[in-house]
Design a protein around this ligand. Sequence first.
Ligand SMILES: CC(C)(COP(=O)(O)OP(=O)(O)OC[C@H]1O[C@@H](n2cnc3c(N)ncnc32)[C@H](O)[C@@H]1OP(=O)(O)O)[C@@H](O)C(=O)NCCC(=O)NCCS
Length: 164
Amino acid sequence: MIVDGTVADAAALVALDERNFKRADRFDRGLWRTILSGRVARNKLLTLVARHQGAVVGAIVAEFSAAAGRLVVWSIAVDEAHRGAGLARRLMADLVRRTPPAYTLVGLDARRDNARGRRFYTRLGFRQVTEIPGWYADGTDAIHYETSLDDLRRAIAQSTPGET
Ligand SMILES: CC(C)(COP(=O)(O)OP(=O)(O)OC[C@H]1O[C@@H](n2cnc3c(N)ncnc32)[C@H](O)[C@@H]1OP(=O)(O)O)[C@@H](O)C(=O)NCCC(=O)NCCS
């Protein structure tokens, strides 16, 4: 079940990050509360959480930049036990469904050493557009990926017959 995240999910999202990201790459509780409360960026940030038997097992966060017609995916994670079943793709699909039609581009960054994450994006048609040397706290490079929303919609529809 994929639903909108609320402030009540902050602790579960901190725990999700702890299970799935290196320490320096995690959002802390304060940042999660800010993201989820909408205080700073109402209508600019969307968090979707995937629940299994009541527990948060995955999430995606994105920022809507209306002026640029651009969606930026800040974070996506799925717990190990639930990976490989298309849950991250469903989170991405729900995010795309929630994106207003005027938006044209989607961008995101991945660590160079995150083979699984990068393969996931490549399968969805994201293209590597730049590299940012030493961007992450431990000195790892960031790879910046982009795709058009139209191409992403098509890639999701192809990988999930019947779901658009
Ligand atoms: C990257 C990540 C979000 C992918 O989550 P996921 O739910 O496993 O992703 P999906 O299941 O949609 O796709 C992953 C794989 O499962 C395969 N798959 C998708 N649906 C499937 C299905 N129904 N049956 C079998 N396999 C399936 C996909 O083809 C893909 O294969 P690949 O790994 O060989 O490319 C997850 O590995 C993760 O949370 N990693 C840690 C955090 C992270 O690195 N986040 C990204 C930061 S840039």
